[in-house]
Design a protein around this ligand. Structure first.
Ligand SMILES: CC(C)(COP(=O)(O)OP(=O)(O)OC[C@H]1O[C@@H](n2cnc3c(N)ncnc32)[C@H](O)[C@@H]1OP(=O)(O)O)[C@@H](O)C(=O)NCCC(=O)NCCS
Length: 268
């Protein structure tokens, strides 16, 4: 496992290149303006020519007609599906369906606040009209935590008072988080102020969509001038840790329960 520091590669260099563009249907990705600017710039740098007129639009139309999944910005209609994806991947990366008395309670902590406060930094994998994966992000973790304190947690605390569920139940564990939310370690926040969450349903895992979602997010954070992003992953989730390391994230700290990882983002 890699250790903190270094982080020489930029998000752009490590995940986007000529072969990557071709292999992973970048044309079908997010239509956010900034992403397209980066795509055009990288294409020109790697191919020595501009993207042929209409190429991406045509590919996108064909992919949609064929039902090929594609990445797009979050829309309010995706909300329920994202809560479902969160549950289906909420057991250290495995399925948590049936483990919670309230199936939406995990999503109330790990999805809801991001959709409310930063819908512009949420992308989904659209698989025949239904969202089967997502990446969510708060660009400034300190500001996000304050805004959650004011705008998100109070209503949930009223809905789920401490002791709502049996003491040793998983639901009650989440209620504990709602009443005493996890706070990011301040020593990382100067270098890695943003944080992200990513989850993909088993049907579309291992097909590079995770890489594509992270790349889409890193491009947007780069355009916004955010210098770095961190995340917390269950230490038991070896697959996800391997995935993040593959993308150039390094371990910032870890204990038996959680591993913190971070990645610098080069500012153009
Ligand atoms: C973790 C997750 C987001 C990864 O997304 P994905 O689409 O399955 O991963 P990708 O197909 O993009 O894999 C990207 C690269 O990581 C590599 N990778 C995957 N698992 C790896 C591992 N255990 N060790 C090393 N590399 C690994 C892949 O080989 C791939 O490299 P390649 O493109 O050169 O072949 C996704 O599997 C997932 O949502 N899992 C369940 C929920 C979860 O664990 N979420 C993270 C919680 S913090």
């Amino acid at each position: 496992m890699a250790v903190a520091g270094g982080g020489g590669e930029t998000g752009r260099q490590s995940v986007i290149g000529r072969g990557f563009l071709e292999r992973h249907h970048l044309c079908a990705w997010s239509s956010s303006t900034s992403t397209w600017i980066v795509v055009r710039r990288v294409f020109k740098a790697t191919h020595g020519t501009s993207i042929p007129a209409g190429h991406f639009v045509a590919r996108r139309l064909v992919d949609r007609l064929l039902g090929v999944p594609f990445i797009r910005q979050y829309e309010p209609r995706d909300r329920e599906a994202l809560y479902e994806v969160c549950l289906r991947t909420g057991n250290d990366g495995g399925d948590a369906t049936g483990l919670y008395q309230v199936p939406t309670i995990l999503g109330e902590v790990y999805i809801g606040p991001y959709l409310r406060l930063h819908p512009e930094l949420a992308w989904v994998i659209d698989d025949n009209g239904s969202a089967s994966g997502y990446v969510l992000c708060a660009p400034d973790t300190t500001a996000f935590e304050s805004r959650c304190e004011a705008q998100w947690w109070p209503a949930l605390r009223e809905r789920y008072p401490l002791g709502s569920f049996p003491r040793d139940s998983l639901d009650e564990e989440v209620v504990g988080i709602i009443h005493d939310p996890e706070r990011a370690a301040t020593e990382f926040l100067g270098q890695f102020p943003a944080h992200l969450h990513i989850d993909i349903t088993p049907e579309v895992q291992g097909q590079s969509w995770g890489t594509a979602l992270i790349s889409t997010l890193l491009d947007e954070l780069m355009v916004r001038g955010v210098p770095g992003v961190h995340l917390s992953v269950s230490t038991a989730n070896a697959r996800a840790i391997g995935f993040y390391e593959h993308l150039g994230f390094t371990v910032l700290s870890h204990d038996a329960a959680n591993t913190m990882m971070g990645k610098h983002i080069a500012i153009d």
